[in-house]
Design a binder for this molecule. Structure first.
Ligand SMILES: CC(C)(COP(=O)(O)OP(=O)(O)OC[C@H]1O[C@@H](n2cnc3c(N)ncnc32)[C@H](O)[C@@H]1OP(=O)(O)O)[C@@H](O)C(=O)NCCC(=O)NCCS
Length: 230
């Protein structure tokens, strides 16, 4: 059963029963940069220190300019949502997501590759400050990321995670495995993306997209179907 956070609202769209919520979700701004780097510091990214500098620079530039490439998100192709107490005392949780840049190197015809790029969302980082964990904040950030991708026309959302977080993501409705497979439409077969030491977790956002099991790992099917007009 999927639980919903009892204490987290979504910024200005708080439903009436959550108006006393002490935590809100909102788009990040440049003022959040330091808190965001602290939050990302809690994630074992298995990246070399040399690789993290350019990521922070990308984030700082996106927050400073409001631009992070072309896309429908808070900062173009990048989407930053932070959790903060209602007294605006600073970000205590972060989800950074947006386009799945790895789709650009898939060995598929370029029209299909371009469509996958605009229909599969990717969560890059999810983190909550240690003293605020266990209150449903990460689940609320995930839920918000999913809703925002769905609203932007995305079919599915995916992320890479460590083995220890498997139950966290399965509780949130994700299917996890050691590789990710995309079953392509139009008889194009399938492409697989290895986890390279990580696990992939996937969640369909709209019907008819669904997950099937291939050799113990998730495969997304029903991708790129025409959308009903809103
Ligand atoms: C993983 C992480 C983001 C979880 O953050 P969190 O805010 O504590 O997560 P939640 O409170 O939403 O869920 C944690 C637990 O609290 C429970 N929980 C408590 N209240 C809840 C509520 N109202 N709604 C949903 N779940 C709730 C959940 O069931 C969950 O249980 P689990 O440990 O069995 O999965 C956090 O531990 C973290 O930042 N870790 C370091 C960074 C990291 O590893 N990030 C993931 C990288 S992919």
């Amino acid at each position: 059963m999927q639980r919903h956070p009892a204490h987290v609202g979504s910024g200005t769209d708080l439903p009436p029963h959550l108006t006393s919520s002490p935590v809100q979700l909102r788009a990040a701004t440049l003022a959040d940069f330091e808190a965001i780097t602290d939050l990302i510091g809690h994630i074992d990214l298995k990246r070399r220190t040399d690789d993290i500098g350019p990521i922070f620079e990308l984030i700082r530039t996106a927050l400073a300019t409001g631009q992070g490439g072309t896309g429908p998100f808070t900062h173009g192709s990048l989407h930053f949502v932070v959790a903060e107490h209602a007294d605006h005392s600073g970000a205590i949780g972060l989800v950074r997501c947006g386009v799945a840049s790895w789709t650009a190197s898939l060995a598929v015809p370029s029209p299909i590759r371009n469509r996958l790029y605009s229909r599969i969302g990717n969560i890059q980082e999810l983190a909550v400050a240690p003293e605020h964990r266990g209150r449903g904040i990460a689940h609320a950030l995930l839920h918000r990321a999913e809703a925002d991708h769905r609203a932007a026309g995305y079919d599915a959302i995916v992320l890479r995670h460590q083995r220890e977080q498997t139950s966290f993501y399965t509780q949130a409705g994700y299917t996890s495995g050691s590789r990710l497979t995309l079953l392509l439409p139009g008889g194009l077969g399938r492409v697989s993306v290895p986890g390279a030491g990580w696990r992939w977790a996937v969640k369909p956002l709209v019907p008819p997209v669904s997950v099937v099991d291939i050799h113990g790992s998730p495969a997304l099917t029903g991708l790129l179907s025409p959308r009903d007009p809103a």
